[in-house]
Structures are given as C-alpha cells and as structure tokens.
Design a protein around this ligand. Structure first.
Ligand code: ZN
Ligand code: ZN
Length: 332
C-alpha cells in the first residue's frame, strides 16, 4: 500500500518525492534523539565530555566558626600514672572539664540526648547526661586567645592504674570544652567540643591520641571532626586545629582526629601543587577518602581519587573561587 503510494508519488513528481522521504528521515532522527533526551548517545561523545557530564556531586558547605582548639602536648610521655598535658587554644573564655574513666555507653547516650532532649552547653549538662558515670572530674578555666598548657592527672588516692582489658567500657579521658560566658553561647553555632582521648596504661599500651572529637551545635547536631589528607605540605593547611576560627570553612570535616596522623602524606618538594597537573593549587577535598590533592582545573576529570582509586561520592572546595581571586589580588 505504502509502496504503491510512493511509486505513484515518484512518477508524479520526483522532487516532491525526495522532499517527503527527507522530511520522514528528519522526523525519525528527531524522535530517536528525543528518546535520548535530545542528547548525543554516550558512544558518540568524546571522553572529555563524558567525564564532564558525569562529574561528582559538589557538597554544599556551610561555614561555621569553631571557638575551640585542643591538642595533646607531647603524647609520647602521657600515661595514666604520670598524667597528660593538654594545650588549649580558644577564641573565648572557656571551661575545660576532664572526665576520667568516662562510661562509653553513657557518653554516646549523652550525645544522643544533646540531639533529642537538651543541649550540652555546660559541664553540668554533660554530667546530668552521663549520670555521673565517670571516676574523677577536674575543671580548668581557659582564658581567651591564650595558648595554655594544662596538666591533668588522676589523683594518687584513686588507685586507678588501668581501665581493664579490651573491649573497654570506659574511655580513659573525655575532655569537654564549653564557653564560660553565657552571652558567647548566643554568638557561636558551636557551643561545645568533646574530645575522647586514649591514654596508655598497663594493660593497653596503644600510644596516646585523640580518638574522636565532636563539635556540638546549638541546634542539636553534632559533628565528628576528621583530618584531611593533604597531598602537599600547604602552609595554609586548614586541617590544623591550632588556630581555631582563622579559617572558617566547615571545620567538621577539617579537624584532626589524631588517629590517622601517620597516614598523612609526606610533604612533597613542590608544596601545595596539584598531583595531576603539578601546577594548580590544591583546593578540592574528595569524599569519602578525604584526599586533598586536586586543583580547580583537574577535579572535574576524576570520578576516582587519583591517590587511592576510591570512587568519589562528593567533593568540596577548601576555598571558593571568589576567595581565591581575593587572595590573588591581595598578593598583587
Ligand atoms: Zn591540577
Ligand atoms: Zn583518595
């Protein structure tokens, strides 16, 4: 039927026939392309374009200022019997409260309470949440902007020499930093920071370190602080928590966890250069591996981390492009 129609049409006017066939071809092509979302099928694209279109999801960042900083001074000399020295660096007057032998279970219940019931903004609030499930408590006042070394020790009369075999039901030391002045709690999103510290003793000789650090927010959330693995020894490493507030990128992802300190890449000669082009400034953090090794130009070509081959689920920039331009202008 259609064939007869086409033959008749051709005999009648060859030009009109060609026009009809051509129109049919155009319409069919249009429909096929429409099926692919008006997009060129993957095989026809060049590889560069493919990677560009499937690039990883950029994480939405929120900037918060962390008023607290806490580090262990000389971790190798710390022990349960000789005590531990902590260095604090806070932007406001703060209170450091140390809980020795804090119950692990009660500690995590306390974090849940912070989320669901009441905010842990004072040492009293944490004590209530812990149901006093700790062995010994001491408190220090920290003056703002002063790096203070604080020596903490279990008193001899407690006669505690270890916290039992592993797995343990108690953390050796939980250090809570809270804002001393009530008015300051209105200014900051982060109202307290808790650090879980391991201190070696007779039965468990793992070296002294900060196991976890949690930032507690006024809105009820809490964030586990983790260290970034910088590919280079950038002198502006935001992962250093010795200068709180100096850099206001989301510190929940930027802080030290101590635990992974040995995994930090050794500083390379050409510091803060991208591992791929060796030219751009390292700016992108890849998640979940936290390798920080790519510049703005190279990040879009990678679906896998160039350092550990792990698939990148999300990424975020340490410094937004605007900030970088500002920095450049300042440098000029
Ligand atoms: Zn690069
Ligand atoms: Zn990686």
């Amino acid at each position: 039927m259609a064939a007869v129609f086409l033959v008749t049409l051709y005999e009648y006017s060859p030009l009109f026939y060609i026009a009809v066939v051509f129109t049919c071809f155009i319409v069919t092509t249009g429909l096929v392309l429409g099926w692919f979302g008006w997009d060129v099928p993957v095989i026809l694209r060049n590889s560069e374009e493919t990677q560009f279109n499937t690039r990883v999801f950029k994480k939405q960042m929120r900037q918060v200022k962390n008023p607290f900083g806490l580090e262990i001074t000389n971790p190798s000399s710390a022990s349960i019997t000789t005590g531990i020295t902590l260095t604090t660096d806070c932007l406001e007057d703060s209170l450091l409260t140390c809980y020795w032998g804090c119950s692990v279970q009660k500690f995590y219940e306390a974090l849940q309470k912070h989320f669901y019931c009441f905010r842990i903004s004072t040492p009293q609030a944490l004590e209530d949440a812990l149901y006093s499930e700790y062995l010994y408590q001491e408190q220090y006042f920290i003056k703002k902007d002063s790096k203070e070394e604080i020596y903490c020790q279990l008193p001899r009369d407690t006669k505690i020499e270890d916290f039992g075999s592993v797995p343990r039901s108690r953390y050796p030391l939980v250090a809570l930093l809270t804002l001393a002045d009530e008015d300051d709690r209105e200014i900051y999103d982060i109202i307290s920071m808790v650090s879980v510290i391991h201190i070696p003793d007779k039965t468990y000789k793992l070296s002294c370190r900060i196991l976890y650090q949690y930032l507690l927010l006024a809105q009820g959330q809490f964030h586990d602080l983790k260290q970034l693995f910088m590919s280079a020894n950038s002198n502006s490493t935001p992962s250093s928590n010795s200068s709180p507030g100096e850099k206001s990128t989301d510190r929940s992802l930027l802080e030290k966890a101590g635990l992974s300190e040995s995994e930090v890449e050794p500083p390379e000669e050409n510091s803060k250069d991208c591992v791929v082009c060796q030219n751009g400034t390292v700016n992108w953090v890849l998640l979940p591996c936290r390798h920080t090794c790519l510049c703005d130009g190279c990040v879009r070509y990678f679906q896998q981390c160039p350092m550990c081959r792990q698939f990148v689920q999300e990424s975020f920039a340490l410094c937004s492009q605007k900030e970088q331009e500002k920095d450049k202008r300042k440098a000029l």
